[in-house]
Design a protein around this ligand. Sequence first.
Ligand SMILES: [Fe+2]
Ligand SMILES: [Fe+2]
Length: 168
Amino acid sequence: MTVNSWQHDSEYVALVSDLLQRDEVLRLAEFTQHYYSNRLEHSIHVSYRSYLIGKKLGLNTRALARAGLLHDLFYYDWRNTKFDMGTHAYVHPRIALRNAEKITDLSPMEKDIIIKHMFGATLALPKYKESWVVTLVDDYCALEEVGDPLYHRAAARIKKHFGVSIEQ
Ligand SMILES: [Fe+2]
Ligand SMILES: [Fe+2]
């Protein structure tokens, strides 16, 4: 599988097609995320890879696909924006949740996935296995998108936690 094969995976597309038609989601393409990727590409990578892992593990693939896609639904450049309320790591999951709630209904699991996806940089413990998947896949995708070889370490962590490989 390559990360772009999601377009040919009709089962996956069916889970997110309504979201991929929303301007609020498509606008993410205007923002650079990790040097070589825009925020829409990054969000789809996280969503699809989380979905594939969830499928292998019998987890909630709908929550993984949808909350994975919405986990970074914010519209500022994180590299040059500062907040009074806290760090970017703390603030942006909350902004993403607020934006996501405006365009779709979210289950408690989907909310947890979005709000806890920066675990490691933030303290609140993910409540569901699905939330752990997305936070680890997010690390992996971010490292891979900047071409940092440490993404192999992130892949090893996913293998250790879940017993499945993110790379095929
Ligand atoms: Fe994020
Ligand atoms: Fe992310």
